[in-house]
Design a protein around this ligand. Structure first.
Ligand code: ASP
Length: 427
């Protein structure tokens, strides 16, 4: 009875929080645009607000989210894996999850390429000198990237927040705790208790979210206004268009066909994590909010969500893949390079891998784009062309990235009979 009461007040609380986060988002947008439009950015008041107040509160909010990232992935993934009590169930759910993540990413890039080839955002683009100033980072070597997924020292991986390594360690730990049977119970109980505490911490720190979101959004728009978009309008519009297609067509179709649920509820319940993803531009930082919404509001069983969501926040980046697909075609067109059908196929494969390797933090998608460009023998300096509008696109694609994680979690949960339809449909 009291547990029900708790659940109800949690639901009500998280709805009220969602509303406050949305208000923070809209107010931040308004204040940022106003500061920019009224040329107040470089006045003492503007500097006090943007470089002082907004900066400090925004940073504290980001730090509070990042603080949760490593412990949350470690304990929730270890518990999630251990709760899939037998290894064959883990294999089945893991297979479905990774398969769907790869599938949705491949669909995302394919649509991105088709649309970019039709729209031709880069044709006739006058290459600006901006490109010369961009020093591209070395593209990571593929074999080394693969080797680096396996941690040599788990404590180093945790301390440096190497998320793929933390994931591998957490899954191994979860499997081993299950296989160890009775002697492993104490450690499992410790992790379960740590999980409950970390989730409570999420709850407490999320009270900062409306203020944090407000400050981050106000800063971005006070600095950039809408001006940066104009030069690269077609590129910007193409990426946004494909993100919208993926969000509003691909995910709803998959939810209807594979999970047999109405997509409207899905989007309504994801407003809070989408707003946080938009304002932080970091799937990793948004992870606590995504996990909470997926379990509490979408009704995905904890044993599934605590496995699929941390994994998705790290390896499933459909929005990033879309940017990488459009950007590759855009840069090829801008430099007048023909890619051809086999080339496009290579882009699909490389961008899928690049998006897996992209860490869920702001801006890394463009660094990983270097890997795709290098693979395609395209000038890596081309990244300089798109950097001007990347922050805004980063915010938008991150919202798509986390939506993909939640959609796949619903589908996997439904296929396992672990989606609570009553919670999913609840207002
Ligand atoms: N900011 C993105 C994320 O965290 C990654 C990227 O595309 O740069 O999901």
């Amino acid at each position: 009875m009291s547990a029900d009461g708790d659940a109800d007040s949690d639901q009500g609380g998280s709805q009220a929080l969602t509303r406050r986060i949305l208000i923070g988002l809209v107010l931040g947008l308004g204040v940022g645009l106003a500061l920019h439009a009224l040329d107040l950015r470089d006045t003492p008041v503007g500097r006090f607000l943007v470089d002082g107040l907004f900066f400090v509160v925004g940073r504290i909010f980001l730090a509070s989210l990042k603080l949760l990232m490593v412990p949350l992935v470690l304990v929730s993934l270890a518990c999630g894996t251990a709760s899939l009590d037998d290894v064959s169930r883990l294999g089945r759910i893991g297979g479905k999850t990774v398969g769907l993540y790869l599938f949705t990413t491949a669909v995302a890039i394919s649509v991105a390429i088709v649309v970019a080839v039709i729209v031709q955002p880069g044709v006739g683009f006058a290459l600006s000198t901006e490109a010369a100033g961009f020093a591209a980072k070395e593209a990571p070597d593929f074999a080394q990237t693969l080797i680096d997924i396996f941690p040599e020292n788990p404590f180093k991986a945790l301390a440096e927040a190497q998320m793929l390594q933390v994931i591998v360690f957490a899954i191994l730990l979860g499997v081993a705790m299950t296989l160890a049977g009775e002697p492993g119970r104490d450690l499992l109980r410790f992790f379960q208790s740590a999980n409950a505490v970390v989730l409570k911490l999420v709850f407490v720190l999320m009270e900062l979210a409306p203020f944090g979101v407000f400050c981050l959004i106000a800063t971005v728009f006070a600095d950039e206004g809408a001006g940066a978009i104009q030069q690269l309008a077609w590129y910007f519009a193409t990426v946004l268009g494909v993100l919208a297609i993926h969000l509003l067509v691909t995910y709803p179709t998959l939810l209807v066909l594979l999970a047999r649920v109405a997509p409207l509820h899905f989007f309504r319940k994801l407003r809070a994590p989408m707003s946080v993803a938009f304002s932080t531009a970091s799937s990793g930082a948004t992870l606590p909010v995504t996990l909470r919404a997926t379990e509490e509001r979408l009704g995905v069983d904890g044993s599934i969500a605590s496995f699929t969501i941390p994994l998705g926040a790290t390896i499933n980046m459909d929005g990033t893949a879309i940017m990488q697909g459009v950007a590759t075609v855009f840069i090829a067109q801008a430099y007048g390079v023909e890619i051809g059908p086999a080339g496009y196929l290579t882009v699909v494969v490389t961008a899928t891998l690049a998006s897996i390797g992209t860490a869920g933090v702001p801006g890394v998608g463009t660094v990983m784009l270097a890997m795709v460009l290098r693979q395609m023998d395209l000038p890596v300096e081309g990244i300089g062309l798109i950097l001007g509008v990347d922050r805004l696109l980063d915010m938008t694609r991150t919202a798509v990235n986390i939506t993909g994680d939640a959609a796949v979690s619903c589908i996997v949960a439904r296929s396992e009979g672990r989606l609570d339809l009553e919670t999913y449909r609840a207002p």
